[in-house]
Design a protein. Structure first.
Length: 418
């Protein structure tokens, strides 16, 4: 009799908890709220104690001043009254009636009390002003110390924005909200670095895996087309397949370039946009002559920090599009200019051509999109030129703007930081 095998045992539970250990007394955690409460509460308490002490001393001084005798009685047998602060009861005044004497004494007491109060008020205001200055200075210093970790997080985030994903905050100090934020940010950077590394590895592998079969197909087609005894139908089919293969190679190159240009440029060198534009024009010159398109424009030196190959791709794609999407026959022209303006380098490509509606401009920068067509379907390109231009410009910290030209055509304006 066959025995039923026993069900597999459940895997043992891990002896460690991958989550962050929880504080058994969360209300004792030195959070920023508690620290700021204690800090500013202590500051107000100290300021209040100082202010009360100063007011007490000033009030005591004012009371002493107010209690000073206004007059004194002098003489032996003949009694006389003299006063330095109340001239109305001075001994020089004789035959003074009692009612006038009492009124003068009351007026002098009121005057002396008012002087004491005015002195107390003025000195209290000065003390309050001094305490306010000290409180603001101390609060500014304490706020800077409390917010110092935020500055460290900001500097790290700015470095990461420049594609330096290896940077970490590694904030030390009390286990408060800022440390929790820094640790979370470090974990996010770790995952982003792994993701970008995997993307770069994929791009490298894909470039090899996609280029190799296309190169083999091109070689085989060229070998068959070089056979002079091949039938005409076979040669025509070979030319069609060769053009399709070349289009696939352009598509692969464009996709790989688009994937590489989405990141910031880490290694930068001085590049003159005028030289880059001239090289792009030289590469398109034969195609422009065949289409009877004139290329003109003045190119002033405009040196930027960037990658020369990618910047040349910007100029080449823009000039190629300007030549290919131009008017049919003679009369078409393309104007390519470079200059420095307001501390920025400008590359402007203007061309004649069909009228482009303003609402179609944004669609031109989307992958595989052309004017009034969404998929690639002509021999003018693979629909990635302007997408690559925008990605490369953004990777260099610049941007591209397009607008319809009056009478037909486009004006492409690339702005790059110097």
């Amino acid at each position: 009799m066959a025995t039923t095998p026993a069900p597999p045992l459940a895997p043992p539970k891990p002896t460690w908890d991958p989550r962050r250990p929880q504080n058994p007394l969360p209300w004792l955690r030195p959070t920023i709220r508690i620290r700021l409460t204690l800090l500013y509460g202590g500051m107000f308490l100290i300021a209040g104690i100082l202010l009360l002490s100063i007011i007490y001393l000033l009030a005591a001084q004012a009371v002493n001043t107010g209690n000073a005798p206004l007059f004194k009685i002098v003489g032996g047998t003949d009694i006389s009254v003299t006063s330095e602060k109340c001239p109305a009861v001075d001994a020089g005044s004789t035959n003074v009636r009692l009612s006038d004497f009492n009124a003068a004494i009351s007026a002098c007491i009121d005057a002396q009390r008012q002087v004491a109060l005015d002195t107390l008020l003025s000195r209290s205001l000065l003390a309050l002003l001094g305490l306010a200055v000290i409180a603001f200075a101390f609060g500014y210093a304490m706020a800077g110390r409390v917010l110092a970790p935020l500055g460290r997080i900001t500097r790290t985030a700015r470095a990461v924005a420049g594609s330096d994903l290896s940077r970490r905050i590694e904030l030390d100090g009390p286990d408060d909200e800022l440390k929790e934020l820094a640790d979370t940010f470090d974990e996010m950077l770790e995952r982003l670095q792994r993701a970008f590394t995997a993307q770069q590895r994929f791009v490298g592998n894909a470039s090899h895996e996609l280029r190799t079969p296309l190169a083999i197909n091109r070689t085989l087609l060229e070998v068959h087309l070089s056979d002079p005894h091949a039938p005409t139908e076979l040669q025509q089919l070979g030319k069609t397949l060769l053009a399709t293969n070349e289009r696939s190679e352009q598509l692969v190159e464009g996709l790989l370039l688009l994937a590489r240009s989405d990141n910031q440029i880490v290694e930068r060198k001085p590049v003159d946009l005028a030289e880059v534009a001239s090289q792009a024009i030289d590469q398109v010159r034969s195609e422009a002559d065949a289409k009877k398109v004139e290329i003109r424009g003045e190119r002033a030196p405009a040196v930027v920090q960037g990658n020369g190959v990618l910047l040349e791709r910007i100029a080449l794609n823009l000039v190629q599009n300007a030549v290919r999407y131009n008017v049919q026959g003679a009369g078409g022209w393309v104007e390519v200019t470079t200059e420095l303006q307001h501390g920025q380098a400008l590359l402007v490509v203007t061309n004649t051509g069909p009228v482009v509606p303003a609402y179609e401009i944004d669609n031109l920068f989307e992958p595989f999109r052309r004017l009034r067509t969404e998929r690639t379907g002509s021999d003018k390109g693979v629909g990635l030129g302007l997408s690559i231009v925008r990605s490369v410009a953004r990777a260099h910290g610049g941007h591209i703007a397009a607008r319809p030209r009056e009478g037909g055509g486009l004006v492409m304006r690339v702005t790059l930081p110097v």
